[in-house]
Design a protein around this ligand. Structure first.
Ligand SMILES: [Ca+2]
Ligand SMILES: [Ca+2]
Length: 552
């Protein structure tokens, strides 16, 4: 079941592989079920002065900037944004500053690659306890944080929606503010809650098992490295002197080939431990009786996800860095509304309205959930954004599911069945191409998903000044937000709606391509996994915008 779309790596098949090969013979056998893709968030506190890690490049791994590259010139299915800037826009300068709001888990506004592009509320005086610009928010210099107690303390973890509704059925604190559902409804809610408990505790156990196996592998290999770091290259170079060393090497490399490293495991462990401890707890109610308006703390306790998303859109562009945003001349506005656990509809609605009222032209929403008890509140904010011409770009979700059947909220379809006009729903594609073109975790939907965009192994900014690769539809949505911003900055009279239409009409299609359907061994036509059947193509979009300019 969906939770907030944090960056993700699918452990499903790998978990079995690792358990099968690593588990101690006498321990309980792994349950041979496919777990849902695992959502992984990076560590909360990376060392402050850590230099950017060396990024491995080669046929086995993605180029650091693959998502911005062009198929025609680089042979990889990126979006061609650099080629567009170089070849089509070389004689122009960006004309308009575009504000892109990132509704997410927080932003590190001090990151060297972001502080020059972080939106600042020029009319608000910081820290004087007053609402200087009278927009309703006190000291909102860097955006807003909806996740705070009524007395202004920042909230970290939250419950799942299913936990809240289940708690409402039982009159427990986590259900506060939700009307008690009918007895029949409560029966099905109870079943859904139990299923979620099983899923979280089962996955946590798997992660712990893999972690224990990996610890043993690391303990065997580390003494043989002569102080060198543990990487695929250094491990490959270790002589397989004894059968245990050979086995440890082979296990490490197999796991690494599936992106399972000690870091990934410790991140996954943190996420699932938090879910088990807080998100499933029917007694947990971090905000007390009232939701409150929020606070000025836009960073929050863990800004990893939001900082990564923001960097994809607009990290400072200079020719030297591997990490650069897609669009020049953007300002990134942060609205913190996505906790560990499920974001609340009221917070999502407030965040959208804040972004619209404070000048955002594009809003990136890399989050999602399976339940939306107050969907009408979100719908109303979405209608408001549309009425102001603001484009909403939403990640399709990481459950390898069909959104036409199991919606991932918020959705582009209102409760009355009509559709939001200013909305793009984005699935994730991979650099691997061919039948691996669709990311194995990505949601899809011929009706509910508009297009795909690069969302695997995307290198971007993380708190503390570093950079990191992450995967998820969370990374694909900001690619599309970035292309929209790129169009709007170079074509200053273009509306967000026109940018959306240009992107949709210029997608790269693959008429005969069969791809592996996420969550299944089946192959299906890529054309049927989204409305357009295509991948966002910045080069083609810019070209079309230029063509349209020439036609009076
Ligand atoms: Ca204010
Ligand atoms: Ca102030």
């Amino acid at each position: 079941m969906p939770i907030s779309a944090l960056p993700l790596r699918s452990l499903s098949a790998i978990a079995l592989l690792a358990l099968g090969a690593c588990a101690r013979p006498s321990t309980t056998a792994p349950t041979p079920v496919m777990q849902p893709p695992i959502t992984v968030s990076p560590p909360a506190d990376p060392p402050a002065a850590e230099p950017a890690p060396k990024v491995e490049q080669g046929p086995d791994s993605a180029l650091a900037d693959w998502h911005r590259r062009a198929f025609e010139t680089d042979g990889i299915l990126g979006i061609g944004s650099e080629r567009a800037i170089r070849e089509l826009l070389g004689n122009r300068t960006p004309k308009r500053q575009v504000i892109v709001a990132v509704i997410d888990g927080g932003l590190d506004t001090t990151h060297a690659m972001l502080r020059g592009v972080a939106w600042k509320n020029a009319k608000e005086i910081a820290g004087n306890g007053r609402d200087d610009d009278r927009n309703g928010y006190v000291d909102d210099t860097w955006g807003w944080n909806t996740l705070a107690t009524p007395t202004g303390e920042t909230i970290g973890p939250e419950t799942f929606e299913v936990t809240r509704v289940y708690a409402a059925c039982r009159g427990q604190p986590a259900g506060r503010g939700i009307a008690k559902p009918s007895a029949t409804r409560c029966d099905s809610v109870s079943a859904a809650y139990q299923e979620k408990v099983q899923e979280v505790t089962g996955t946590l156990q798997q992660v712990r098992n893999i972690g224990a196996a990996l610890d043993r592998v690391v303990a065997t290999l580390t003494p043989l490295l002569n102080g060198q770091p543990l990487t695929t290259a250094t491990v490959r170079a270790i002589p397989a002197s004894t059968p245990p060393v050979q086995q440890a090497k082979s296990m490490f490399l197999q796991l690494a080939a599936n992106d399972i490293t000690p870091d990934v495991i410790s991140e996954a462990r943190k996420v699932y431990e938090s879910q088990a401890k807080y998100s499933l707890d029917t007694l947990y109610q971090p905000r007390g009786a009232m939701l409150g308006i929020g606070s000025r703390d836009v960073m929050g306790p863990d800004a990893s996800h939001g900082t990564h998303v923001a960097g994809i859109i607009g990290a400072v562009r200079n020719g030297q860095s591997l990490v650069q945003g897609i669009a020049p001349n953007v300002q990134l506005m942060t609205v913190r509304a996505v906790p560990d656990g499920d974001e609340r509809d009221e917070d999502v609605a407030r965040a959208i309205r804040y972004a619209v009222d404070n000048g955002a032209q594009i809003i990136n929403m890399s989050f999602g959930k399976a339940w939306s008890p107050s969907k009408a509140v979100v719908d109303s904010a979405v209608r408001y954004a549309s009425s102001k011409g603001v484009l909403l770009v939403h990640a399709a979700g990481n459950e390898a599911a069909n959104n036409d059947v199991d919606p991932s909220f918020p959705t582009p379809v209102y409760t009355d069945g009509t559709r939001a006009t200013h909305w793009l729903e984005v699935g994730a594609s991979s650099w691997k191409g061919q039948d691996q073109l669709v990311a194995p975790f990505s949601n899809y939907g011929q009706s509910r998903v508009d297009l795909f965009a690069p969302g695997v192994d995307i290198l971007s900014t993380v708190p503390g000044g570093g950079v990191k690769r992450e995967s998820g539809t969370s990374m694909a949505a900001p690619v599309v937000s970035g292309v929209a911003a790129l169009l709007m900055t170079y074509f200053p009279s273009m509306t967000a709606l026109q940018a959306k239409e240009i992107m949709l009409s210029t997608v790269r299609t693959f008429p005969d391509l069969q791809v592996v359907l996420p969550g299944s061994p089946q192959r299906v036509p890529f054309a049927r996994l989204s409305r357009t059947g295509g991948l966002v193509d910045a080069y083609a979009a810019v070209k079309k915008a230029l063509d349209m300019e020439r036609v009076p």
